[in-house]
Design a protein around this ligand. Structure first.
Ligand code: NAD
Length: 421
């Protein structure tokens, strides 16, 4: 019997036949969704026969919704994600025009999906621009609701910009704006609660999956109260709420200052022996350099919204590009989650049977892990790696493989279905 996923005592309750809403998506969305859905259903059937299955429920958003209902993001769609709690989506066109917000941002904000989770790992067989992509194994926790993304901006020359300038200069004593009369302005809200819930989720994730380190990536040397606050509140939270399970760089520095380096090194060694999670921090620019030089020193990354945007794309490029980069938007307090392909609608490929379905497939793998059906993801990933190692891939990946054999979306899907037995 099909049923809803519920959330009790901070835990998802997943029936054997959960109803899961999906948005097919625009552009290549339909092609990659059909591929991904076929692979999901087949894998579940192979693993669980009649015992488990997904009851997919289509909900509309984007161009398809606009054509059928006159709305880009109908209320029923938002309600369905609330009612069924966990969903998946393909890419959506961002409508161009005054007063229309990005559909993705609206979904994230309406459901308060405060974590954007992007796991980054390399799959055997995939070409990469770096020498050792196998060393890249990171889990990015990007804050999803605050920072410059809150969209609080004023265009230069407007009455609002003039009012703000007047307030800054005459009431706040701000005199360092270089070209006051032609400046646009933006605000960057970063709160204690917003930072804490993101960093808490990152530490809990590290604990659940036995990952060794959580690194706070920030630009607190320049933005002292916003990004610097993120770091400060992060350390305070880690030491307050996870005192038995973490050792922070902040604690290390304090021991070093009061007792000396030898004692601090010993405390760190002891923490590692006890398998405590190390919480440290790094400035964003140094982090980006280090990811290329020594990626193996990072595991879970907790960062602010804008940093997270840049970091996700760079790391994705290091392991093969956005065609195989999955993502999820999650609220760990309510259980609401939407898993999504991280790339856009790829209008240049739409309808050509050439798009790579891997990003959506791997987002599905994340979804099944979230539901606790971890065997599904393992099977799909093993099959994908087998194909990649033999050079079988869609054109975006195959063209860089020494033994590359360019498959259409449908051929790649069929090959996966044959592989998953
Ligand atoms: P895009 O990601 O659609 O395309 C960038 C490049 O990557 C293109 O060359 C494209 O062919 C390629 N690419 C993307 N997905 C691919 C796949 N599955 N297989 C093979 N190649 C793939 O980015 P864009 O062109 O900047 O944006 C197009 C539209 O998508 C815009 O309307 C944008 O607003 C929207 N968008 C949506 C999302 C989302 O829904 N999450 C994310 C980004 C962009």
């Amino acid at each position: 019997m099909s049923e809803k996923i519920t959330f009790l005592n901070n835990k998802l309750q997943v029936p054997d036949q959960p109803i899961i809403p999906f948005i097919e998506g625009d552009g290549v969305g339909r092609e990659i969704w059909q591929s991904a859905r076929a692979v999901f259903d087949h894998t579940i059937n192979v693993l669980y026969q009649d015992k488990r299955k997904i009851v997919w429920k289509e909900v509309l958003a984007g161009e398809k919704a606009f054509e059928q209902t006159g709305q880009w993001l109908p209320e029923e769609t938002l309600n369905a994600f609330k009612e069924y709690r966990v969903g998946i989506k393909g890419p959506l066109t961002t409508p161009v025009g005054e007063g229309i917000r990005s559909l993705n941002v609206t979904l994230r904000q309406t459901l308060d999906l405060f974590v954007c989770l992007r796991p980054v790992r390399w799959f055997k067989g995939v070409s990469s621009p770096v020498k050792r992509p196998d060393k890249v194994k990171m889990h990015i926790f990007r804050e999803n609701t605050e920072d410059i993304y809150a969209g609080i901006e004023w265009m230069q020359g407007t009455e609002e910009a003039k009012t703000l300038l007047n307030f800054l200069q005459h009431e706040m004593g701000v005199h360092q704006i270089k070209y006051p009369n032609t400046s646009s302005f933006g605000l960057k809200p970063v709160s204690i609660e917003g930072s804490e819930r993101l960093i808490r989720a990152a530490i809990e994730y590290a604990l659940t999956f036995k990952l060794p380190k959580v690194t706070l990536v920030h630009k607190g040397n320049i933005m002292k109260f916003t990004e610097g606050g993120f770091k400060k509140w992060g350390y305070a939270l880690a030491e307050r709420e996870f005192s038995n399970n973490v050792f922070t760089q902040n604690q290390y520095d304090q021991i070093k200052k009061s007792v000396g380096k030898i004692a601090a090194d010993q405390a760190l060694k002891e923490a590692k022996r006890q398998k405590k999670i190390i919480v440290n921090d790094v400035i964003a620019d140094a982090f980006l350099q280090n990811t290329l030089l020594t990626p193996e020193q990072y595991s879970v990354i907790a960062t602010l919204n804008l940093n997270g945007d840049y970091i996700s794309d760079q790391l994705a490029a290091m392991v093969g590009g956005i065609g195989i980069a999955p993502g999820a938007n999650i609220n760990y307090v309510s259980g609401y989650a939407i898993f999504e392909a991280t790339h856009g609608t790829a209008p240049d490929l739409a309808g050509l049977n050439r798009a790579n379905p891997s990003s959506l497939l791997l987002s599905g793998v994340m979804m099944f892990d979230y539901l606790g059906w971890t065997e599904v993801g393992k099977k799909i990933i093993t099959a994908m790696e087998t194909l990649f190692q033999s050079g079988q891939a869609t054109i975006d990946l195959a063209r860089f493989m020494p033994n590359g054999e360019e498959l259409t979306t449908q051929e790649f899907t069929q090959a996966l279905l044959r592989e998953i037995r």
